[in-house]
Design a binder for this molecule. Structure first.
Ligand SMILES: [Zn+2]
Length: 313
C-alpha cells in the first residue's frame, strides 16, 4: 500500500489550485489514482475517496437513450467537457426526473438578482446565468451529487466547480474566490461548495451558473425560478429545440472568452498556447478529442504544455 501510494504521488501528483478546505481541514493536495483520489490535509492526515465510473444517471431510459444516440461523457477531474455531443439533434421528447424519492432535494446555489440570462451577448452565446453576489458569499450545491471538477480553469471560468448529479445533470459554479470541495467528493443539496468571487474572465463579483446535460447547456431558468428561489418543476421534458440555441461552439462556454470558434480544416499541426485544451483544439479545427488523442498517442486527461505540437491529421 505504501509503495503504491508513493508511486501515485510521483506519477500522478495533481496540485489543486489555491488553498482549499474540506470540512474545516485545509487541503494541501489531491492525488488522482484512476477514478479515485487521495486528499492530503495540512495536518498530514489523508483520506481515500473511492469513485469508480460514476455516470450519475439514475433515469434508466435516459441512460439507454444516451447509449443509443451515441451521447458520451466521461468521469474526468481536470476537463470541463469531454465529448461534443449534439443534443439539438434529439428527435424525441425525453423525460428527465430532476428530483425523485431518493434524491428529492433542491437548494438555491445563491439567492440573488439575476444580472445576465441564457442568451446571445454580442456574437457569443452566454451558456449560463449570472447571479449577483459579494465576494466571500457561500455557495451551495443545487442537488445531491459528486464533485467532478474543482480547480482553477484558465478558459475564463476562474475557480470552477462542476458537480454531476444523480439526475444526470451537471451544474457549474464559476468565478469563485475559494473552493471548499475536492474532486470525487460526495455532496448533498445545500452543502457549501465554495465562496463567490471574481476570478477568471469576470468583471465584478458574481456567480456564473450553468446547467448541462451530456455537456450541452440548457437554460437554468427552465428548471429554476430565480425570483422565488425554488425549483420550477420536478420533471423536465427534454427535446432537441432546447439545445438549438447556438449552431457553433455548442459545448464551449464562458462568460467571455477570447478563443475563436471558427474552424480551420486545412491546418495539420497546432502549437499549444496558454489556455488551450484538447477540447478547444478539436473545436477550432473541426475534429474530435478522440481523434486528436489517437493521432498524438495521448490521453484526454493528459496535460498540454505551452509549445507542444499537436498533430491534426
Ligand atoms: Zn456568466
Amino acid at each position: 500500500m505504501l509503495r503504491s501510494f508513493i508511486t501515485w504521488t510521483i506519477l500522478s501528483l495533481t496540485l489543486v489550485a489555491n488553498a482549499q478546505e474540506k470540512g474545516n481541514k485545509r487541503i494541501l493536495d489531491t492525488l488522482m489514482a484512476g477514478n479515485d483520489s487521495i486528499v492530503i490535509f495540512a495536518d498530514k492526515s489523508w483520506e481515500y475517496i473511492k469513485m469508480l465510473n460514476f455516470d450519475g444517471v439514475t433515469n434508466p431510459y435516459l441512460s439507454a437513450l444516451a447509449t443509443e444516440l451515441g451521447w458520451k461523457e466521461d468521469w474526468v477531474n481536470n476537463v470541463p467537457y469531454t465529448y461534443d455531443n449534439d443534443l439539438s439533434k434529439l428527435e424525441d421528447t425525453v423525460w428527465l426526473c430532476i428530483v425523485d424519492d431518493d434524491n428529492n432535494e433542491f437548494c438555491m446555489p445563491h439567492p440573488g438578482m439575476v444580472t445576465s440570462t441564457f442568451k446571445y451577448r454580442g456574437k457569443r452565446f452566454h451558456y449560463g446565468i449570472d447571479v449577483d453576489l459579494d465576494t466571500g458569499d457561500t455557495l451551495v450545491s443545487a442537488f445531491n451529487g459528486i464533485v467532478r471538477y474543482a480547480q482553477f480553469n484558465d478558459g475564463g471560468f476562474g475557480n470552477l466547480i462542476i458537480i454531476r448529479h444523480y439526475n444526470g445533470l451537471e451544474t457549474y459554479y464559476a468565478h469563485l474566490s475559494k473552493l471548499l470541495v475536492s474532486p470525487n467528493q460526495e455532496v448533498k443539496a445545500g452543502d457549501p461548495i465554495g465562496l463567490g468571487g471574481n476570478t477568471g474572465k469576470s468583471y465584478g463579483d458574481h456567480l456564473h451558473f450553468e446547467v448541462r446535460l451530456y455537456g450541452n447547456a440548457l437554460d437554468p431558468e427552465t428548471i429554476i425560478d430565480f425570483e422565488k428561489n425554488e425549483l420550477k418543476k420536478n420533471n423536465l421534458l427534454i427535446n432537441g429545440q432546447m439545445f438549438s440555441y447556438s449552431k457553433s461552439s455548442k459545448s464551449y462556454s464562458s462568460s467571455s472568452s477570447s478563443k475563436s470558434s471558427s474552424t480551420d480544416k486545412n491546418a495539420s499541426v497546432h502549437k499549444v498556447t496558454s489556455g488551450d485544451s484538447l477540447y478547444y483544439i478539436a473545436l477550432k479545427y473541426g475534429t474530435t478529442v478522440d481523434k486528436l488523442c489517437k493521432l498524438n498517442g495521448i490521453k484526454k486527461t493528459d496535460i498540454l504544455h505551452i509549445g507542444d505540437k499537436i498533430k491534426l491529421k
